[in-house]
Design a protein around this ligand. Structure first.
Ligand code: PBE
Length: 303
């Protein structure tokens, strides 16, 4: 019971986890009659993949992986990015097995020794790109912001610096400001020759994924401190993040993972938005385990 009470703190996952704690207890009892500890990886993690928010593209891809790899015994647990990393941290501290939905760039790959499971069926696609998406008409209405957002492009390493600072306890706005102030050459390359406006408002949408918390806070800081906008960064679910831009309520977002992760959203809204192209390339999603876990491929989950 101690386990399930602690997990209540994590929030959304609580009830599912309470069930899983009971399930594990039952397994343990079963094992005392002895199979010599040769428990399969699936059994050890109670056949649960620790996911994130249900609107995330990686959740859809993982449900597809369960089908394509015929993982009938497995369940994908919904939660949030924060709950997932809390569980990962806890498992790693105890050197316990765990499997999560993961992606790069993400600070977890800096902090822990992790590996993506091979995906021979390419359910999670190849490396992807993150695109910046604007509402139609932004170019005419807010041309300075539009031009900046259109130019904005950075690297995994750069985003990683902000993400790790936030993970180390810095407020996201402070982490973004400090990064921008110490990388003025980069900021200048995005803002060069643009004349600041006088306090016009601008709305960005994003989801509380660690990668997007970093990028959106950086955009907000640059738009406000260098270009004179008053920015509202609205934290929403993945669906509303896209719908907001499509309907014109939101000016832009920098969190479109394409071509695969957000393929559904793209298909639905592509005619109602404007794609400003990539802000990062070479990003990746998949199933992730600690390096000390003895499996290497999604196919191994069936053993
Ligand atoms: N992610 C991070 C998102 C996109 C950014 C991989 C968790 C998703 O799965 O939709």
């Amino acid at each position: 019971m101690k386990i399930s009470r602690k997990l209540l703190l994590i929030g959304g996952l609580a009830s599912v986890l309470a069930l899983s704690a009971c399930g594990q207890a039952a397994n343990k009892n079963g094992n005392t009659s002895g199979n010599g500890g040769a428990e399969s990886f699936g059994k050890q993690v109670n056949y649960q993949i620790i996911g994130i928010d249900p609107g995330a593209g990686i959740m859809k891809a993982t449900n597809e992986a369960l089908k394509q790899y015929d993982l009938k015994d497995w369940t994908l647990i919904e939660g949030s990015g924060a709950a997932m990393t809390a569980m990962l941290d806890k498992s790693i501290k105890r050197q316990k097995p765990i499997i999560i939905t993961g992606w790069t760039p993400h600070w977890m790959f800096t902090k822990y020794d992790l590996k993506f499971l091979d995906d021979p069926k390419k359910v999670y696609g190849d490396t992807e790109e993150i695109h910046t998406i604007a509402r139609k008409g932004l170019k005419e209405d807010k041309s300075v912001a539009y031009e900046f957002l259109d130019r904005f492009e950075w690297t995994e390493g750069e985003m990683g610096e902000i993400m790790s600072a936030i993970q180390d306890g810095k407020d996201p706005e402070v982490a973004a400001k400090e990064w921008a102030d110490s990388h003025s050459d980069r900021v200048d390359s995005w803002t060069k020759g643009l004349n600041p406006v006088n306090g016009e408002s601008l709305k960005l949408s994003y989801v509380a994924w660690d990668s997007e918390i970093a990028s959106t806070n950086l955009l907000k800081y640059v738009l406000e401190s260098k270009l004179g906008y008053k920015v509202t960064a609205l934290q929403v679910e993945a669906g509303p993040m896209w719908t907001g831009v499509a309907s014109g309520d939101i000016d832009a977002m920098a969190a479109a993972w394409l071509p695969l992760t957000h393929a559904d959203y793209w298909a639905k809204y592509k005619d109602q938005i404007q794609d400003l192209g990539t802000n990062m390339t070479g990003v990746r999603t998949g199933l992730v385990v600690p390096a000390y876990v003895d499996i290497n491929s999604i196919e191994d989950l069936n053993k």
